[in-house]
Design a protein around this ligand. Structure first.
Ligand code: PEP
Length: 249
């Protein structure tokens, strides 16, 4: 099994000053090495700043929170995968539930976004996850496999190069984490789906996201199919993010 990946999704938080302080504290805490792969995903407006702050720190990769499904052209406000690559971006989150909810992104758009990233040499982090209502209606399996199927459809030849993040919507930013058993059950299902579609056994890292924090990370990360974490709130505090990184050793 490959090294775990801990990726921080800063969402629409930060400022030039706050980012600098956070990265300084993070890099000081890591001391030049990391026991797992680490990435931070700032808002697009700060990619240039983060590229510069991380230039001398190869242990922390730069990630983006979204990308256009188009290659380029008349799409006001969008950012292309090639533009992200210009700023040294190595990971791109696609299909985060907040974008599915507020920007009404479809499974097909998410699959295409992953495809654009792969074309640009950037690793997509494809998010899937059910809402509370869907879970209560017994639809978890149906929803997450439908979401992943679209990403598989557009990227069948490159499945070993993607990262998947299982993020139950009811756990994001709520403090209500999936239990390790609940998460593992969905991760195993997603892994089986990926492997049935041609991914090499154990090759795809499937991150868990949803109120992962310094206290619960170790138990979640101990599950066999949990290959890391996508961290929101706890990624904004260097001390907490560092504890999660340690738990992924
Ligand atoms: C996220 O936004 O991807 C996330 C997992 O958020 P949080 O850790 O705050 O639940």
């Amino acid at each position: 099994m490959s090294r775990k990946l801990i990726a921080g999704n800063w969402k629409m938080n930060g400022s030039l000053a706050a980012n600098q302080a956070l990265v300084r504290e993070l890099l000081a805490g890591l001391g030049g090495t990391a026991p797992c792969d680490v990435a931070v995903c700032p808002p697009a407006a700060y990619l240039a700043q983060l590229q510069s702050l991380l230039a001398a720190a190869p242990t922390v990769a730069l990630g983006a929170q979204d990308v256009s499904e188009h290659v380029g052209g008349a799409y006001t406000g969008n950012v292309s995968a090639a533009m992200l690559r210009d700023f040294g971006v190595r990971y791109g989150i696609v299909g985060h539930s907040e974008r599915r909810q507020y920007q009404h992104e479809s499974d097909i758009q998410v699959g295409r976004k992953a495809e654009r990233l792969l074309e640009a040499g950037i690793t997509p982090i494809v998010c899937v996850g059910e809402t509370l209502v869907e879970r209560e209606q017994g639809l978890t399996e149906f929803v997450v496999t439908r979401q992943l199927a679209a990403a598989i459809h557009f990227n069948r030849a490159r499945l070993d190069d993607i990262v998947v993040a299982y993020e139950p919507v009811w756990a994001i930013g709520t403090g209500q984490t999936a239990t390790p058993e609940q998460a593992q059950q969905v991760h195993a299902l997603l892994r089986a789906q990926l492997e049935a579609a041609g991914a090499a056994p154990g090759s795809v890292r499937i991150l868990y996201g949803g109120s992962m924090n310094a206290g619960n990370a170790a138990a979640l990360l101990a599950e066999p199919d949990i290959g890391g974490g996508l961290i929101g709130g706890a990624a904004l505090k260097a001390a907490d993010f560092l504890k999660i990184i340690e738990a992924a050793a």
